[in-house]
Design a protein. Structure first.
Length: 69
């Protein structure tokens, strides 16, 4: 998903569970001894984004050929 020309479900709300440290890392706080905090938070966000995109593709994607018969 390198380029998205249309943001599907762009106004929908999603829920992501983050630790306080992960949230702080996303706001710009640096944890010099633990860069994994920011990586973990970004992975969680990406997972939710991919799940949301895939769900939308399943609901609004093309109709499978087998269903047309």
């Amino acid at each position: 998903m390198s380029h998205v020309s249309k943001i599907l479900r762009g106004d929908d709300t999603v829920t992501v569970e983050l630790t306080v440290k992960e949230l702080m890392a996303l706001t710009g706080v640096r944890f010099h001894n633990n860069h994994g905090v920011e990586i973990s938070a970004r992975k969680k966000l990406n997972e939710v984004l991919v799940e949301t995109y895939e769900r939308d593709q399943q609901e609004n994607g093309p109709i499978p050929y087998q269903l047309l018969l």
